[in-house]
Write a protein that binds this ligand. Structure first.
Ligand SMILES: CC(C)(COP(=O)(O)OP(=O)(O)OC[C@H]1O[C@@H](n2cnc3c(N)ncnc32)[C@H](O)[C@@H]1OP(=O)(O)O)[C@@H](O)C(=O)NCCC(=O)NCCS
Length: 151
């Protein structure tokens, strides 16, 4: 039995970051990822639901509305993978994603890890401010990636 992640909540102005699973608006997250994102288009609902159930999820809320999200895959001991990061367009450019990455790096279940990894097409500057760098030696890393995973 995997123990639940610790719930963290932080307020800033009218925004809330929360890792409380009961607060997540999964329809908003699913809609953005499958219809708007460049990396998860077409992800089936059952795959999405399974990813949420097995991750540490960060929601960002403006009032009652979810306006941002990030998902962390981790063993809580050595490694974490940050993925599915987005802020809805109306709320971009206000430091919301930066605040969320800061909150992720401070989460009590993610302390003392040796490695945080992520992949990004063009948002390197978002992560670089927290010390993320390109792979020092890509030849040490290997991957399996299906070009059309959901067909
Ligand atoms: C990337 C994204 C999450 C940033 O959200 P945000 O709340 O606007 O980000 P912030 O205001 O905290 O910006 C912090 C820094 O990140 C960088 N940044 C933000 N958005 C960026 C983008 N789309 N491309 C490149 N760099 C970006 C900028 O350097 C910015 O600093 P600046 O405002 O001083 O120039 C948001 O634009 C988004 O949801 N984009 C679409 C989905 C996406 O690309 N997600 C990231 C996948 S790795």
């Amino acid at each position: 039995m995997v123990k639940p992640y610790r719930i963290v909540e932080q307020f800033r102005d009218d925004y809330l970051i929360s890792t409380d699973p009961s607060k997540l608006n999964l329809d908003v997250v699913f809609d953005y990822l499958t219809n708007e994102s460049y990396w998860a288009c077409g992800r089936p609902r059952d795959v999405f639901d399974c990813s949420i159930e097995n991750s540490l999820n960060f929601g960002i809320f403006f009032g009652d509305n979810q306006i941002g999200f990030a998902r962390i895959v981790t063993d809580r001991a050595t490694f974490a993978w940050i993925c599915d990061v987005f802020v809805l367009p109306a709320h971009r450019g206000k430091g919301i994603a930066s605040w969320m990455i800061e909150s992720i790096l401070k989460h009590p279940d993610l302390q003392g890890l040796r490695s945080f990894f992520l992949a990004t097409r063009d948002a390197h500057a978002l992560y670089a401010q927290f010390g993320f760098k390109s792979l020092e030696d890509p030849s040490r890393f290997m991957m399996i990636r299906k070009p059309t995973p959901y067909r």
